[in-house]
Design a protein around this ligand. Structure first.
Ligand code: AMP
Length: 617
């Protein structure tokens, strides 16, 4: 089988795509990548969504982009905003280890000024919907004079949407000697027309119709001890922040149990089985269809009435005895031109079922490594950043609040604001996964694994000692109710959360008012009546605390120095003690007054302050 290396893809890109799970090139990639890298031929590819076409053209484009240059070298045209964002997101994923490479999505309906500013700073690859690109060309913000490669993605859709004139107008701006690639699911006459007009001896690539149901499904298998199945299920959910799937169990009792645990742990989950009344079942199905529930735990019989086409995952918490049932389960994903993943979580006793299913579906399961805590945190972090980039701003709702918010935050540098917003979401995953051991893989693990997990498992067992698995379970409670907050920002999700949501909201406010959770534990924000004008500085504070607490190691967080007073964060468990010890001490002429910072004091603070972060002594 050909590898990406053999196709000429460089190691940096290989590293990034391997992390995305691309182990071997898909057929369209095998055909297109060498044509782009070696021969620079024009290409017409008959390929639908789900065939891997984005990476087929995206990997060579990235490899040959010139990071840091001002004007774009490559242009990708596509029909919709969603596709535009998706392509740009995919390209950014592939380019993760390439510094200074800028891929910019430009599409209608979002601020043109922001796009103009980004173009001014320099962009190497533009992904655009035709209408917006023409606006940008007209405003002289997009300059196509250096473009050497143009990709027309979903060309037939662009024509259906009436973009033919715009495409002609855009291509007229791109230098003649360019390399043109056209991807389309169908080949209507107009496409042939475009190819005649703009392409030179195009190579035709036809990728068989891979959209027919099961063809688009990837089968993954995690082999674990039976007792760890639930933990693995959670890791799968955490590792796939956009998961929308069904978890199949064998019995009604098990279905209810797993759903209850997931709900308790804060996931958007519910159960569907025969013990529920019909109105209850209808309600659950309705919520699932509207995506208010992201993980539906179900029995085969109960799930029959459910017709949802765009599931990302099918998870077999237990495999059925009959392989035919597996094909029904997995056939629920990978529909409507999308790719889907069917996962089996099996213990050693169930391994024989995998073999039977492989025979039936004529495909092998990929034996996957259980995502590690670090990988999950990373995935969640970048998912959060992606969502932040793509979020639609409802100006009519938010604009009135912005002046107050800007004023409140004006003392923070931009980097600090980003760090804080990111931490708000990210800390919960860090807290949960910090120090958790990898889930132990059974010794007699399948021989076709290639991820090193098995090789390492013995060594890890020795190191792990009694922490095995328990760290994760112990954290279950702390974790509860917090896990999926990041994903649940739609209105319907919020209303669905009911009580638990309220509690969480209050929790957040408390954090802000009284302190913050730091890596080393809880911190409390304190007020002290000495500031810069008194010559007070971080050193004086640490010195005061040191001399009063004789050798105790006390964590100090952020210190904000104002003219006549200051704020600082201290490990919460020492807050009262420090108040008591420093009260009435002297700093210069001043008698010290100290206490837990109140909301009023925070509001009274002047906007200009000097900030120091996290000193420990
Ligand atoms: P596309 O046809 O570009 O929409 O891609 C369909 C899906 O296949 C996307 O989710 C890609 O991330 C995934 N994909 C693309 N290339 C590969 C590969 N070589 N191995 C595994 N998955 C891939």
């Amino acid at each position: 089988m050909t590898t990406f290396e053999e196709l000429g893809i460089n190691p940096q890109i290989q590293r990034a795509i391997l992390e995305l799970g691309f182990e071997n090139p898909m057929p369209v990639q095998e055909e297109v990548i060498p044509l782009m890298l070696n021969k620079k031929s024009d290409i017409i590819a008959l390929a639908q969504t789900g065939t891997g076409k984005t990476a087929a053209y995206g990997l060579p484009l990235i490899q040959e982009a010139h990071p840091g240059t001002k004007l774009p070298r490559a242009l990708i045209l596509c029909p919709t905003r969603e596709l535009c964002l998706q392509i740009a997101g995919d390209l950014n994923d592939y380019a993760r280890y390439i510094d200074d490479l800028k891929v910019l999505p430009v599409y209608g309906g979002s601020s043109i000024e922001t796009q103009i500013n980004a173009l001014k700073k320099g962009v190497q690859i533009i992904v655009a919907t035709p209408g917006r690109l023409i606006d940008l060309i007209d405003r002289k913000a997009a300059k196509l004079s250096d473009v050497t490669r143009v990709v027309l993605d979903e060309a037939d859709e662009m024509l259906n949407m009436g973009f033919l004139d715009s495409i002609n107008e855009i291509l007229a701006q791109v230098p003649e000697g360019r390399n043109t690639l056209l991807f389309s699911a169908t080949m209507p006459q107009e496409i042939v027309g475009i190819s005649r007009k703009y392409m030179t001896n195009p190579r035709e690539v036809t990728i068989g119709n891979r959209n027919s149901g099961a063809e688009n499904v990837k089968h993954l298998c995690y082999t674990v001890h039976a007792k760890d199945k639930y933990l693995v299920l959670k890791r799968i959910a955490d590792f796939n922040p956009d998961i929308y799937g069904i978890v199949f169990c064998r019995t009604r009792i098990e279905t209810q149990e797993i759903a209850d645990k997931l709900i308790q742990d804060g996931y958007n989950a519910d159960s569907l089985h025969g013990d529920l009344s019909q109105p209850m079942r209808d309600m659950v199905m309705q919520k699932f269809r509207h995506r208010n529930i992201r993980l539906l735990v179900a029995t085969d019989v109960a799930a029959r009435g459910l017709d949802v086409t765009d599931l990302t995952h099918i998870i077999n918490y237990n495999l059925p005895d009959d392989p035919e049932i597996y094909t029904h389960r997995s056939g629920r994903t990978g529909r409507a031109g999308k790719t889907g993943i069917s996962i089996a979580i099996v213990n050693l006793k169930e391994k024989y079922l995998i073999k039977q299913i492989e025979k039936k579906i004529q495909k092998n399961f990929q034996h996957a490594a259980i995502p590690k805590g670090r990988e999950i945190c990373e995935k969640q972090l970048f998912h959060l950043i992606d969502r932040m980039e793509k979020v639609e701003i409802d100006h009519s709702e938010i604009d009135t609040y912005l002046p107050v918010i800007f004023k409140k935050l004006e003392w923070l540098e931009k980097e600090e604001v980003i760090k804080r917003f990111v931490s708000l979401q990210f800390n919960k995953f860090l807290d949960y996964y910090r120090g958790t051991s990898d889930i132990k893989v059974p010794d007699d693990y399948g021989s076709n694994r290639d991820d090193g997990n098995r090789r390492d498992s013995k060594r890890r067992d020795r190191n792990r000692g009694e922490r095995d698995g328990r760290g994760e379970r112990d954290r279950g409670d702390r974790d509860r109710g917090d896990r999926d907050r990041g994903d649940r920002d739609s209105r319907s999700d919020r209303s669905d959360r009911g009580d638990r949501g309220d509690r969480r909201d209050r929790g957040d406010r408390n954090d802000r008012d009284r302190g913050s959770e730091r890596s080393g534990g809880d911190y409390t924000r304190m007020f002290i009546n000495a500031g810069k004008m008194d010559g007070f500085n971080p050193g004086s504070l640490i010195e005061m605390i040191n001399s009063s607490t004789s050798g105790k190691k006390i964590g100090i967080g952020r210190i904000d120095l104002m003219k006549t007073f200051s704020f600082f964060e201290i490990e919460s468990r020492y807050a009262q003690e420090i108040s008591r010890l420093l009260k009435n001490k002297r700093f210069g002429d001043r008698k010290i007054n100290i206490g837990i910072a109140s909301e009023k004091e925070e509001q009274d603070r002047p906007s200009k302050s000097k900030t120091y972060s996290r000193h420990k002594h």
